[in-house]
Design a protein around this ligand. Structure first.
Ligand code: FAD
Length: 468
């Protein structure tokens, strides 16, 4: 009897699934393993949240637009597929925070909103004198001895006070998670800050000792922290797709349920069933939850809240937009009476994206507790965004074009206790479905490099499992 090849099925062809497939294929080839890979993707295209529109000389990202250089896995993947020469760093410039209807420059030395330089922090009008004195309490307050998880809000309020949290930290963090800082877990998002407190007691002093950015001299140029691809992030997806020549890729196909016999059986929306020896689920947690609904195994995580947002990219002639402060964009504090939550002057931050003589603005709407705006029509969203922008800058005409992209339930919120709940689910999964893994934005980090790390780790686990 000929034994058929051992098979890994990767469910979901976003960046997590693609990274998993790429690394698994690489290892199968270099070690000549008797294994094969199938990717099942619900959509008619790969890439998931990565989606680029190239139009009239613009390169417009509908979803993610860049990644943190410091987290190495994405740069490595890009280099390994031969796209290194397409990497571009962001142009640096002043960023602003909108508080009380006014744009305030981000004080120098603020890292994730945490002040690390005294002079610029004392000079900013973003925080009252009382708020500044309260923040200085960080130097004398004892460290907390709590061992359990806590919200980012609880942690930062205790160290730095409410005002710094509301006017500096919250707007920046919700720019990343579109979430509620008082619900989001410290342990699952920024455990390093908890460690700093434990090791140095003062968060500010700890940052000064450990972060190069906290020790930048006045006037020294900011270093760029982000990278993207000059051809758009979707060009990575396209390259990966051509490189995955040994993988079977089923597009427009949904996995609906899983059952186990000799091998795993995955039922597809077409009515067909495919078999697998190992399965990597890279779909959002609520989808994974429904695939496992018969067993109830994912109950603890399938209700992780996920926020809906929309990105709104608008192109103008340079003459049509006035009063643009000299900077790269702003985030909006949740106490402000605005619907937009952030706006990037994309042509400044990423000059390659915009033709000469044009301006490209990219705004966000939708945040935890304020998501209904995402359901409005494109025209309504455009109007709301333009009205908001006109309170700050002068936009003299309608945009040449606007691209609204809705992302429903796209930003998973790692709430307090996330890590323990996830660990419990993984333990049960391993007992009941050995060789089945969960990876991707819903679990151990939402940034693109975090997703790649998870995809790669899952690929190696799956290969170990099927070859053991
Ligand atoms: P996804 O991209 O969601 O991929 C999952 C795939 O599974 C999808 O293709 C989906 O169609 C498929 N699928 C779903 N159900 C099924 C099923 N039943 N069967 C088969 N397939 C299925 N990160 C950064 O690092 N930098 C940024 O600038 C940044 N900006 C962002 C901006 C926005 C608007 C959003 C929404 C996210 C942003 N992120 C950013 C986060 C990052 O883009 C995502 O976390 C990441 O792309 C998620 O990748 P993934 O592969 O885990 O999931």
């Amino acid at each position: 009897v000929t034994q058929s090849k051992r098979k890994i099925v990767i469910v979901g062809g976003g960046i997590t699934g693609l990274a998993a497939a790429y690394r698994a294929q690489e290892k199968i080839n270099t070690e000549q393993l008797d294994a094969e890979i199938t990717i099942v993707e619900a959509n008619h295209r790969l890439g998931g949240k990565i989606q680029t529109v190239v139009q009239d000389g613009f390169v417009i990202e509908r979803g993610p637009d860049s990644f943190l250089e410091r987290k190495k896995s994405m740069g490595r993947l890009i280099t390994d597929v031969g796209m290194e020469e397409k990497l571009v760093p962001n142009a640096t410039g002043q960023a602003f925070i909108l508080v009380n209807d006014k744009l305030h420059p981000m004080p120098g030395g603020a890292i994730m909103g945490i002040p690390t330089q005294i002079r610029p922090f004392m000079l900013t009008d973003l925080i009252s004198l009382t708020g500044k004195l309260r923040a200085a309490g960080d130097f004398v307050l004892p460290k907390s001895n709590r061992q359990d998880d806590q919200s980012l809000g609880t942690f930062f309020r205790r160290r730095l006070g409410n005002e710094v949290v509301e006017n500096l930290i919250e707007p920046l963090l919700s720019g990343i998670y579109a979430g509620d800082i008082d619900q989001i877990s410290l342990q699952s998002t920024f455990p390093q800050y908890g460690k700093l407190e434990q090791e140095h007691r003062s968060l500010i002093a700890g940052m000064k000792k450990t972060s190069p950015a906290a020790n930048r001299k006045p006037g020294e140029k900011k270093k760029s922290m982000f990278l993207t691809l000059s051809t758009g992030l979707e060009s990575l997806v396209e390259t990966l797709e051509t490189r995955l020549s040994d993988c079977d890729i089923l597009k427009g196909t949904r996995v609906e349920s899983i059952s186990c016999g000799d091998r795993y059986q995955l039922s597809l929306n077409s009515g067909a069933v495919i078999e697998a020896d190992s399965v990597i689920f890279t779909v959002p947690h609520f989808t994974a939850g429904s695939v496992f609904s018969d067993s109830g195994l994912l109950e603890q995580i399938e209700h992780i809240p996920a926020t809906s947002v929309a990105t709104v990219a608008m192109a103008f002639d340079q003459e049509e937009v006035e009063n643009i402060l000299d900077g790269t964009g702003f985030v909006v504090s949740r106490n402000s009476d605005y619907t937009i939550t952030a706006c990037t002057w994309t042509d400044r931050k990423w000059p390659h994206t915009t033709p000469e003589g044009k301006v490209l603005l990219r705004c966000y709407v939708g945040r935890a507790g304020d998501e209904t705006v995402v359901d409005l029509s494109d025209d309504q969203i455009e109007k709301i965004v333009l009205d908001d922008l006109n309170k700050i800058i002068k936009v003299k005409s309608k945009p040449d074009f606007t691209i609204v992209t809705r992302w429903k339930k796209a930003m998973p919120q790692y709430t307090v206790g996330h890590r323990e709940r996830l660990a419990a689910v993984r333990t049960e999964l391993e007992k009941n479905y050995p060789g089945v893994y969960l990876a991707g934005a819903s679990y151990d980090g939402i940034g693109l490099p975090d997703c790649i790390d998870q995809g790669e780790a899952a690929a190696y686990k799956a290969l170990n499992y099927i070859t053991q």
